[in-house]
Design a binder for this molecule. Structure first.
Ligand code: NAD
Length: 297
């Protein structure tokens, strides 16, 4: 099958490569030439615009950073909407339900069906094809793209309503963000009090406080000071803010998640939005006057 793929970053490069390896002809585009070159070397066909991708494939996927960029790529000039061949647009990015519904409506005017299918499971999950894929949209259209989505990860059908997959994804991501923020404060307190962070993590991972932060991010990324989780603080702040605005629109208040947003904002303000999301520990460490690292042998 011919599949277009737009956005070849931390996540998209792996997902597009998996589709090539599964035997699909994959037509790729990114604003970075280097990213296109890397995929072309693996057998992808290079395109010069989202429109050109959509001229060549009935199914076009995207993995792009922000809702505004997805809107432009999908519906702007030289966007997917202007493609001659495209029938289905699968958005793997995290854009929130409001944007998913807006793009769904605009593309529908040209008889293109948008399926929102955000993913969770990080760069390692994208590499191994183990991300959770949360698809929503008209059932028959989702079924038509399901085999390709199963190459990318574990497939879940969330519902007919456009944006339902996005809502699901935001509900998951705020838990991941909250786990990272709460673990930062917890481990930092223990370290300041003189505990060994590795011993703390061993105990927590045998106890009730464990999460992906204690099982993976802290032992593999924070304590060894690698800060290479592969998801930026800016993108996580975007997701947390999208959750807050959807919650507000439903008349809900979310005080815990507001506090989580503040910690990610602090990191974006002080270190920059392109820093790894695990670096939220650093502004906290600076204030505490200690660092979370293995004690010297
Ligand atoms: P990224 O910034 O690494 O990759 C985005 C890619 O899009 C880059 O290669 C960039 O050059 C390209 N791009 C930007 N503007 C473009 C445009 N106008 N046209 C074409 N290409 C353009 O981001 P990522 O970490 O791969 O995340 C992609 C999406 O997946 C985001 O919505 C993110 O929230 C979501 N996500 C990320 C992770 C993760 O762990 N990194 C996990 C789950 C979901």
């Amino acid at each position: 099958m011919d599949i277009g793929f737009i956005g070849l970053g931390n996540m998209g490069a792996h997902m597009a490569r998996r589709l090539i390896e599964a035997g699909h002809r994959v037509i790729v585009y990114d604003t970075r030439q280097e990213a296109i070159g890397n995929l072309a070397a693996k057998g992808a066909v290079a395109a010069r615009s989202p429109q050109e991708v959509a001229d060549m494939a009935e199914l076009v996927m995207a993995s792009l950073p922000t809702p505004d960029i997805v809107l432009k790529v999908a519906t702007g000039p030289e966007g997917v909407i202007e493609g001659k061949k495209v029938r289905r647009f699968v958005d793997l990015s995290t854009t929130g339900a409001v944007m998913a519904q807006r793009i769904f409506k605009t593309l529908a005017e040209r008889a293109i069906v948008q399926i929102d299918a955000p993913v969770s499971g990080g760069v390692v999950g994208a590499e191994k094809g183990t991300v959770a894929v949360m698809a929503s949209g008209p059932r028959a259209d989702v079924e038509a793209v399901e085999p390709a989505l199963r190459v990318i990860g574990k497939f879940f059908y969330i519902g007919e309503k456009p944006g339902a997959g996005q809502t699901m994804k935001l509900c998951n991501n705020v838990l991941s963000a909250a786990g990272m923020a709460a673990t930062s404060e917890s481990i930092l307190m223990g370290v300041k009090a003189g505990l060994d962070p590795q011993v703390m993590l061993d105990v927590i991972n045998a106890s009730s406080g464990r999460s992906t932060a204690t099982e993976q991010k802290f032992p593999q990324v924070v304590v060894p000071r690698k800060f290479n989780q592969g998801f930026t603080a800016g993108l996580m702040l975007k997701d947390v803010n999208l959750f807050l605005s959807e919650a507000k629109a439903l008349g809900l208040s979310s005080s815990v998640i507001e506090a989580v947003a503040a910690i990610f904002k602090l990191t974006c303000d002080e270190l920059g939005p392109d820093k790894d999301m695990t670096q939220i520990v650093q502004p906290l460490e600076q204030r505490a006057g200690v660092e979370i690292r293995a004690p010297e042998a």
